[in-house]
Write a protein that binds this ligand. Structure first.
Ligand SMILES: [Mn+2]
Length: 333
């Protein structure tokens, strides 16, 4: 048994027929892969499952995953949960992330949370949170082991998609023997690693490459505090095509790459007065500590925060000021 809570979740599943499984807001490959892996396993158990997501799926290149088209975009403020007996939430640290609504009132059905974010607020009735898992995909692999599930090729593809998505193809620190061993087992079960990498990392629209160029052109290095940052105002973001996922992908690229820096921040004003910042650590400095001070969350190496209600300049200044103050505080010890 990998997790004590696995059993509790399994017996809850066994006691119901109709289950909703979520993809979080602006779902990434781990969210989508995990949801589809669980969808397959629950369907094989004879459950009626609905896959729900508050956003449109921008990761069209993941359409190689079985049942990809079954993910429904819903409005959580209007959705009728009474048709389900259980909601299983994956890869989401809070209701805000699940629903894309900041003051969401939880539905009146049981909720089980399976997640790997250290900032998870344990907002379900049952919470299986393992912050040492690289991805929800990896976590689910262990849960499926606990459940005695035989992993077929489709499930293996979905799980490996989550792992490869959240580890930058096994490159991020914290990706160790356990993860690589699981990945090896998934390959033996028929998962196609090369296809997954091709679809996640090597199928980038040229418009996106141009957006990356803009972010790189605008980047500045704070040599004193050792970080790189770049910020794109809404008007320019719109001109460049309002590309969902652009911020995260370029944050991975410059945030974790630039010599002489500890971390990087890419800020994009996605809507007027709605700025989202992605933080990426290069040297292991815990960027989730920084985002948490601004009301956000995430992991040691990758974290984020959304600032609403401020003009672009004020929001950027707020992020930079807080970051610089935190670094100075830490230096003073
Ligand atoms: Mn994840």
């Amino acid at each position: 048994m990998n997790y004590e809570k696995s059993k509790e979740i399994l017996s809850k599943i066994k006691s119901v027929d109709r289950i909703a499984v979520n993809c979080h807001r602006n779902p990434d490959p781990d969210s989508i892969g995990s949801a589809l892996a669980l969808y397959g396993v629950l369907s094989d158990m004879g459950k009626k499952v609905e896959l729900i997501c508050p956003s449109k799926i921008e990761w069209k290149t993941l359409n190689y995953l079985k049942n990809f088209a079954k993910i429904k975009t819903i409005d959580y403020s209007k959705y009728d949960f009474s048709k389900h007996q259980l909601l299983i939430i994956l890869d989401s640290s809070s209701w805000d992330v699940v629903t894309d609504i900041s003051d969401y009132k939880p539905p009146k059905i049981p909720v089980a949370v399976i997640d790997h974010h250290r900032t998870n607020t344990a907002f379900g009735e049952i919470n299986l949170v393992d912050e040492n898992a690289t991805s929800t995909g990896e976590l689910l692999y262990r849960v499926f082991e606990d459940w005695g599930v035989t992993i077929n090729k489709d499930t293996a593809m979905a799980i490996l998609t989550g792992i490869i998505g959240d580890t930058g193809t096994f490159s991020y620190p914290g990706t160790g023997a356990q993860t690589l061993k699981i990945a090896g087992e998934l390959l033996e079960k028929g998962a196609d690693k090369d296809r997954i990498v091709q679809q996640i990392y090597r199928s980038v629209d040229f418009k996106m490459v141009q957006f990356w160029g803009e972010v790189i052109n605008n980047a500045k290095v704070d040599k004193v505090n050792k970080f790189i940052w770049s910020a794109i105002p809404h008007a320019r973001y719109k001109e460049l095509g309002s590309l969902i996922g652009g911020r995260e992908s370029i944050a991975n690229l410059i945030g974790g790459t630039t010599e002489g820096t500890d971390f990087g921040i890419v800020m994009v004003e996605q809507e007027p007065k709605k700025l989202t910042a992605s933080f990426r650590s290069r040297t292991g400095i815990d960027v989730s500590v920084l985002t948490q001070k601004l009301g956000g969350g995430g992991h040691r190496y990758a974290a984020g925060v959304r600032i609403t209600g401020l003009t672009f300049d004020d929001a950027v200044a707020r992020v930079l000021t807080m970051v610089r103050e935190s670094i100075n505080e830490a230096k003073r010890g």
